[in-house]
Design a protein around this ligand. Structure first.
Ligand SMILES: *Cc1c(COP(=O)(O)O)cnc(C)c1O
Length: 385
């Protein structure tokens, strides 16, 4: 009786649903599952952040609607973190907007700029929810393949003039989910130049800026000349402080872009729970050794997993950032079938590459979200499939 809107119908089906169903079934059967599928930190939120939430939640002034723009104190705290981390100055009143998680902001942003039929550029493979927000806003996706031979960076020169003319937004995400690729300043320079020439907005997702190894530190695009005219950057406390369930992040950059997102949001939500904002301040201003300890933990797991995969003859990139290992497996020509086979034979959950787009086919993704002992066990099981 009720027909779905054309926009909703246009959304691609959620390919991970099948794997999810199979995983739940295996668990219900009492099988000992090793879950390398989800990109969600396995360690708890640091105690000092939980304590800040507890304290703040006792104060009735925090029980009311929060301001749409976020607490001034939180924006100043983000300003300070940004200055310390990237040596970039942001105006906390006009260039920073706290969000209910960065996914929320990224999904809502296109409503501010896309008209029906406008193109947007997006990566394939990419984290699926991001395409959805733009399609819901009426945009038409223009796919940029991320290929191994280009270090999983898009080849901007290959984008035809006709597409450039119709496009309004280009979306980038480095360090990248799912490929774990990273981008250097030279690429960002080329991208900023491309955006200026073609009048494009750059959305840059830096969810993994703090999850990095071997001394590597990701760059913010806002460190570069000309970026402030065209860039809006999205940050998240989710992965950095093990706060995925708390829902807090922020957008920053060009003030017109930030103001437009604030206007969209003021019609949709009523801000972040104030106690969570105060906990966010505690996270950003507290001792950061928890973050570096988490990086050491992931780095250790990475080394164990990579040497195990190597012993299986599976080819994986040596990631400098994120907690995703992107693996090319000869047997995974049909990655959904291969993931199902692994679950069936080894009780291990992995994510099939095609779930991130057609250029993800032939790959599987493993997340470093189980401890070392389980990773070693997983490799042992995979030896026998
Ligand atoms: C996990 C993740 C995020 C974080 O989203 P939040 O809504 O802030 O929890 C953003 N982008 C990518 C690519 C991610 O993988």
């Amino acid at each position: 009786m009720f027909k779905l809107s054309k926009k909703l119908q246009a959304l691609p089906p959620y390919l991970f649903l099948e794997i999810d169903k199979a995983k739940r079934k295996a668990r219900a059967e009492g099988r000992d599952i090793i879950d390398l599928g989800i990109g969600d930190p396995d360690q708890p939120t640091p105690k000092y952040i939980i304590e800040a939430l507890y304290q703040a939640s006792q104060d009735p002034t925090n029980h009311r609607y929060a301001l749409d723009q976020g607490m001034p104190a939180l924006r100043r705290s983000i300003e300070g973190w940004y200055k310390r981390r990237f040596n970039v100055n942001l105006n906390p009143d006009s260039e920073i907007l706290p969000l209910i998680g960065s996914k929320e902001g990224i999904a809502h942003f296109p409503l501010a700029f896309l008209n029906q039929g406008d193109f947007f550029f997006f990566f394939d493979p990419c984290y699926p929810p991001y395409k959805g927000g733009k399609i819901l806003a009426g945009g038409k996706p223009y796919l940029m393949p991320l290929l191994e031979k280009n270090d999983f960076l898009p080849d901007l020169k290959k984008i035809p003039l006709s597409a450039r003319r119709k496009a309004k937004i280009i979306f980038v995400n480095y360090p990248n989910n799912p490929t774990s690729a990273t981008a250097e300043k030279s690429f960002y320079k080329e991208l900023i130049d491309f955006a200026h020439k073609n009048k494009l907005i750059i959305i840059s997702d830096l969810a993994y800026s703090e999850m990095c190894y071997d001394g590597y530190k990701p760059t913010s695009m806002l460190e570069l000349d000309g970026a402030r005219d065209v860039v809006i950057e999205f940050h998240s406390l989710s992965k950095t402080y093990n706060m995925t369930g708390w829902r807090i992040g922020w957008a920053c950059g060009n003030e017109k872009l930030v103001a437009a997102l604030a206007k969209v949001k003021s019609n949709i939500d009523s801000g972040i729970f104030s106690a969570i904002q105060l906990a966010g301040i505690a996270a950003l201003e507290g001792p950061q050794d928890y973050v570096s300890n988490m990086c050491s933990l992931y780095q250790e797991r990475r080394d164990v997993l990579l040497s195990g995969l190597n012993s299986l003859g599976w080819k994986a990139n040596r990631l400098k950032a994120t907690f995703y290992v992107w693996i090319k497996v000869p047997q995974a020509k049909d990655s959904i079938k291969f993931a199902a086979h692994i679950l069936d034979k080894a009780n291990i959950v992995v994510t099939p590459g095609i779930g991130f787009g057609k250029y993800g086919e032939g790959y599987i993704r493993m997340a470093l979200t189980v401890d070392k002992k389980r990773i070693i066990e997983a490799i042992d099981r995979l030896r026998n499939i």
